[in-house]
Design a protein around this ligand. Structure first.
Ligand SMILES: Cc1ncc(COP(=O)(O)O)c(C=O)c1O
Length: 453
């Protein structure tokens, strides 16, 4: 076993020692268990950014030393991301704001008439950008196994007319954490001439991702979910459609030359390559932070990170399985491989109420709701469209009964074992003894009342 594969402790992250107030007035160390929304910054990323900050300068513009240094750093960051994703020689990396931005960028470069296919189980960021003029979207019903997913895609593609096609798939669900069979789906899509974009927002922070091995045509991820919360994300992959389309944003940097014509109009020659879709002043700190996170995760070693996270997942699922009132949401069944993301409902509890109690009484930060994946969560809950019930009103959530939102716990490379132990203890206590305080709705959220319940 290599040294890296023997990772016993979490990676250092900012905020690991932050104390938060409980409703009782005591203070407790914050247990950040909402990594799927945004993970804390790696200490290493913070240190790298702080070391660079005094040297910050404009990218691609100035003749001065710091401007040149910043330009080099920006372009080196692109190289680091290329290596991190194991891209092919002619792929390109475009820095964006995040996954949502990346997928909207891609939607804008698809040739007119492209048919896009996506499972209805996708996050809204990979479900919605394709609903635009010139594109047709085919949503595929939620599959209940990997084999069914591949069969559903094959059936849809076999029935599709000739013409450009794109299939969009998530690598790991932001609701269930379950892994999707990306390589098999890609192989199927390619057999029918469809290209594939992988939404790796939840996959890249947890698993090594090789674009070359998976065969996907594009990949998108967000820096703020990869321990680099400085406003940058990535779209990487094939150049041809990117280079053929109008720039995502029109402006400086995307244009090679702009000339005044005799008739008073302006003729523009656009760049090719990443610059075409990166108009405006680039977010060099964001890009550098993403590259720093890529380096830190690679050096820690994904074998070691996955092994450690696997232990945490096993501890969590075993602990929850001992609480009969808890129902874990799953598309592919209890044996499905997952990353450190898990959603559940608790019999007799409104999920917002339960999450509020975890925060107010235990200092544990999780998330409740439909997680920007409304069709998926409603399928898993067996609920119809509709608003969740009022905070504090009990909701039935046994199989076969209805609950209208769920609780999500998510973690990663910076999570100590103690956070999950504390979480499991809190869930057990709340289920057994109930909340110790009363809660009320405020601005659409459930919050602890200041008087004792
Ligand atoms: C699977 C998945 N895709 C896309 C997104 C959108 O990411 P961002 O909000 O960083 O654009 C998220 C965010 O939660 C996600 O979980």
């Amino acid at each position: 076993m290599s040294v890296a594969a023997d990772l016993r402790t979490p990676l250092a992250v900012l905020g690991h020692d932050v104390q938060v107030p409980l409703v009782s007035g005591e203070k407790v160390g914050y247990a950040a268990l909402d990594y799927a929304a945004s993970s804390p910054a790696l200490q290493r990323v913070w240190d790298d950014v702080a070391a660079y900050a005094p040297y910050y300068g404009s990218v691609h513009r100035g003749a001065g030393y710091l401007s040149q240094l910043s330009t080099d750093l920006f372009e080196q960051s692109r190289r680091t991301v290329e290596e991190f994703l194991d891209l092919r020689a002619d792929d390109q990396v475009v820095f964006t704001r995040a996954t949502t931005d990346s997928l909207n960028l891609l939607a804008g470069v698809l040739p007119a008439g492209t048919r896009v296919f996506a499972f209805e189980t996708e996050h809204h960021a990979s479900l919605l950008p394709w609903r635009r003029e010139g594109l047709t979207v085919g949503y595929l019903r939620a599959p209940r196994s990997h084999a069914e997913a591949v069969a559903r895609l094959e059936e849809a593609l076999a029935a599709a007319p000739e013409g450009p096609k794109l299939f969009c798939v998530t690598g790991a669900s932001n609701v269930t954490g379950e892994l999707w069979p990306v390589a098999e789906l890609t192989e199927t899509a390619h057999r029918y001439g469809a290209r594939v974009v992988l939404d790796a927002a939840q996959l890249a922070p947890h698993h090594r991702v090789s674009v070359r091995e998976l065969g996907v045509d594009w990949i998108a991820f967000s820096g703020h979910k990869l321990y680099a919360p400085f406003g940058a994300g990535v779209l990487a992959g094939r150049s041809d459609w990117l280079d053929a389309a109008e720039p995502y944003l029109a402006g400086g940097g995307a244009s090679r030359t702009v000339a005044r014509e005799a008739d008073g109009s302006v003729a523009v020659e656009w760049q090719t390559g990443p610059a075409r879709h990166e108009a405006g002043s680039p977010n060099v700190i964001g890009a550098y932070a993403v590259a720093s996170a890529c380096r830190a995760l690679t050096e820690a070693g994904f074998d070691a990170l996955e092994a450690r996270e696997g232990q945490l997942i096993a501890r969590l699922t075993a602990g929850l399985a001992e609480i009969p009132e808890v129902r874990v949401l799953s598309l592919f069944g209890p044996e499905a491989a997952r990353v450190g993301v898990l959603s559940f409902v608790v019999q007799g509890w409104n999920s917002s109420h339960f999450s509020a109690a975890l925060s107010a009484e235990y200092g544990i930060g999780v998330r409740d709701g439909l997680f920007c994946a409304h069709p998926l969560v409603r399928t898993l809950l067996g609920s119809e469209d509709g608003a969740p019930s009022e905070c504090g009103a009990p909701e039935p959530s046994l199989p076969g009964e209805r609950s209208l939102n769920a609780i999500r716990v998510s973690f990663g490379a910076g999570t100590p074992d103690e956070h999950l132990d504390r979480f499991l203890t809190a869930v057990r206590e709340l289920v057994t003894d109930g909340a110790r305080w009363s809660y009320r709705s405020e601005g659409g959220r459930c919050v602890a009342d200041t008087r004792r319940g």
